[in-house]
Design a protein. Structure first.
Length: 53
C-alpha cells in the first residue's frame, strides 16, 4: 500500500507539454513589424494565413 501512495505523489495529472514556457525576446517588436510590412509590400512574403496556394 505504501508503494501506491509513493507513485501517486510522483505522478502529475497535468499532461506532458501543457505548460507554456515564457522567454524574453531580444528583438525589437517595432523593427520586426516594420521588416515584415516591407517584405509584404515588396512581395517577398504573402499576407494572410493561407499564403500562396
Amino acid at each position: 500500500m505504501a508503494d501506491a501512495a509513493t507513485v501517486a505523489k510522483t505522478r502529475s495529472t497535468e499532461p506532458a507539454g501543457s505548460r507554456v514556457v515564457s522567454y524574453q525576446s531580444t528583438a525589437d517588436r517595432a523593427a520586426v513589424q516594420a521588416q515584415a510590412a516591407d517584405a509584404v509590400r515588396m512581395g517577398k512574403i504573402s499576407s494572410g494565413e493561407l499564403g500562396s496556394m
